[in-house]
Design a protein around this ligand. Sequence first.
Ligand SMILES: Cc1cc2nc3c(=O)[nH]c(=O)nc-3n(C[C@H](O)[C@H](O)[C@H](O)COP(=O)(O)OP(=O)(O)OC[C@H]3O[C@@H](n4cnc5c(N)ncnc54)[C@H](O)[C@@H]3O)c2cc1C
Length: 526
Amino acid sequence: MRLMPDSFIDVRNTVDWINHHENVRVPVAKILTVRNETPASASFAGMRATAARLQKIIQDALAAGKRIRAVGAHWSFSDIPTAANGWIVETNKLDWRFAFVAGDMHISSNVTHDELLLCQCGTLVARINETLESPNSVFPNSQRRKALRTSGASNGQTIAGALGTGVHGSAIDVGGMESQVVGIQLLSATRNLWIERASAPVMKDGFAARLGAELIRDDNLFEAAIVSLGSLGIVHAVMLCSTGRYLLNTSLRRIRYGNIKAALNSLNFQGSGIPDETRRPYFFQAIMDPDDLWEDGDRAKVFCTVRYKEVCPPNHPVAYNLKKENSDGTDLPKLIGDIISLSPDFRDLATWLLMEILLKEQSEIGKADKWRTPGQTYTFTDARRGVASSGFGVPLAQVSNALAIMAEAFRAHKKAGVVLTCRYVQKSPGILSFTRYDPTCVIDIDGIDSQATQKLIKLVAQRFEAAGMPFTMHWGKTNHLTKARVRAAFGGNVDRWIVARRTLLPDQAERDAFSNDFIDAVGLNA
Ligand SMILES: Cc1cc2nc3c(=O)[nH]c(=O)nc-3n(C[C@H](O)[C@H](O)[C@H](O)COP(=O)(O)OP(=O)(O)OC[C@H]3O[C@@H](n4cnc5c(N)ncnc54)[C@H](O)[C@@H]3O)c2cc1C
């Protein structure tokens, strides 16, 4: 099908769509890159024009009988963003941001106008941090400096892409990124919706019209839309609720597994050996080598990263080094993978090298000049080809049991150059948030992409299932999710989400269009 030429849409026909890590390559019929009409000057008129343009693309895809997916920064390791032979809408050029005044707020809102930032879907997390934390044209008043409560470990995702899979970090008392959302704009072929919670209205009723949208206040639809897996339409804008700007410092300690185990299962740090056991860390992460864990048990070394939080003085200077989004990255992990494939005996050396890459930080406790804002702390990750990553969500109390199963599974695939990383997230509000346990520990198997690594990830899912371990998997990382596993993990939330999806996309043909092979296979396109 030929599209009417539009100077704000670049179209490529019959090409491969490739993700950032180049482990997903899918032939698609069209890739459409959409731009705002006046990229340098944000306006609500411009938002309405871009929304109309995106809706026209959806209508054209339906008329052509094609599946359609919006994508962000291509950072997912799984094929969730794509649709074979479908149309891909690249949204990463859509990065306008808007601040508000008191008169914009709903009378019952329990958040204030200066906490809010409306981000167009393609805004990078790095750009959001910069906008909130440092003086700029969106937030000109330096007294109003703010910060995100949480983000992933790196900052290269778009906001809609991060919400699309429910990205998390390890701020131990905060949920996934979706927990900061208070409003979301969703587009289908015929509807432009501004969705807030009925139980927590935020903007005056007239705000939706500024986006050209229809106002919907509904808790269920809101909780479905904040983690949409790209399957509820195109997310055009997201209202984030920020917090006061704060500073973090980082320290890394090697602690024996036997000493930290109780804390890994409880987030109670008394007697654990972290730098200040009397103080609740803002962030806690534990990394270990599964080989070491199996061989040495309680004596295994665990690399614990702890971050404490302080209020940020108003005059604190914040300098950023925002990377170009198309940075080439480094192929070091690929090189390490090649070394292991030459000789498995190099696995331990390679894993040590990987740890060195991951753990480049030193202790910053007591060094006043080392306090950084979250935007400076969570930066860009270069690693590109040759990296594998999966994330298993388990309930807090199950962490050491889950690690034991993983270490045992590792013995079957000892060539896997991987580490296990425990990160902690409070229960998140999306119906399909994979950080759904109260709280959740996400145990990543990260490392060198190889047959051994892929087999290990698959085996761990099988062993968890066989052991009756409650678990979810990160939607945007390598996963072995099946219909049965999604049902076991999410129970009745699967039905809640499907019902919400039918309300938002009542037309069966449009629901099919906003699906892909993965969504079909896990039973969510019903
Ligand atoms: C270096 C690196 C570090 C990472 N670190 C973390 C981490 O710390 N924590 C973590 O949880 N994950 C992490 N990940 C995984 C990654 O953050 C997630 O997969 C995230 O969803 C990718 O965001 P993206 O913008 O690249 O979106 P994509 O990967 O392009 O898309 C993700 C999903 O969002 C949907 N989507 C995108 N834009 C829209 C839109 N406008 N409307 C509707 N749907 C849309 C897509 O259809 C897809 O389903 C990391 C990945 C990399 C490469």
